[in-house]
Design a protein around this ligand. Structure first.
Ligand code: GRF
Length: 235
């Protein structure tokens, strides 16, 4: 099996990037992380990537005369890494249509909300204000509209009484770190792919014991009674 060469784009902390690097340290994982690009020179994730022996590159918008020139620099760096898949992980810029369309179906992003709800920033504060009882995160293919591409995988967490933005963010982040490696794995293996604006899944029935399918259909959801239990999260 050839592992898909994956480049991660970050802007800051890099905890999702770290989760992807950890997953890819297993030689049987279908993607390898071959480079990390940050638009900020002081992103904490850069040091983490370097300490894991991964090549990094800083490409700052301010160093480029136009948005197009910036996008071209990103594209050139991706080519330099021989990227086959691009994973945005806390990358805070919106890439231009040309670049996104070029990478369509091969560029994915993690968003800290259950899309299509709460696109954009401050998702956790907005979820609390909206009074939703269930929140979570989504991994989706990137399309030119922000946080709008076809969903590959989602994970839900309850919003607890007394939650604030930080406690909720921490609960979501934990599941982000499980979800993103799962979703990248699906894309790298060709089990999830983008077709005509939708995510198409390959058949999972033949590997029911495989960890991927277990996460796709978590054990509790295999029984009707457990579905009822889940419904009780919503009073
Ligand atoms: C994560 O919550 C991610 O979903 C969002 O930005 C945050 C980045 O965190 N897009 P980290 O840099 O991966 O730690």
């Amino acid at each position: 099996m050839s592992r898909k060469r994956t480049v991660v784009l970050i802007s800051g902390r890099g905890s999702n990037m770290t989760a992807l690097i950890a997953a890819a340290s297993d030689p049987t994982y279908p993607a390898e992380i071959v480079g990390v690009i940050s638009d900020r020179a002081n992103a904490a994730g850069l040091g983490i990537a370097q300490s894991r022996g991964i090549a990094t590159k800083v490409i700052q918008r301010a160093d480029h005369p136009s948005k197009d020139a910036y996008d071209a620099a990103i594209d050139a760096a991706l080519a330099g890494f021989g990227a086959e898949i691009v994973a945005l992980a806390g990358y805070m810029r919106i890439l231009g249509r040309g670049l996104v369309e070029k990478w369509q179906g091969r560029m994915i992003n993690i968003h800290p909300a259950l899309l299509p709800a709460f696109k954009g920033l401050d998702t956790h504060a907005r979820a609390i204000r909206a009074g939703v009882r269930i929140h979570g995160c989504s991994v989706h293919f990137v399309t030119p509209e922000m946080d709008d591409g076809p969903i590959i995988a989602q994970a839900a967490v309850p919003v607890m009484v007394g939650d604030n933005e930080d406690t909720l963010a921490a609960r979501v982040l934990k599941v982000e770190h499980r979800l993103y490696p799962l979703a990248l794995g699906l894309v790298a293996e060709g089990k999830a792919r983008m077709e005509k604006g939708h995510t198409v899944f390959a058949h999972f029935a033949d590997d029911a014991d495989n960890a991927t399918s277990v996460v796709m259909a978590p054990d509790p959801l295999r029984e009707e009674t457990d579905l009822e239990q889940l419904a009780r999260i919503t009073p």
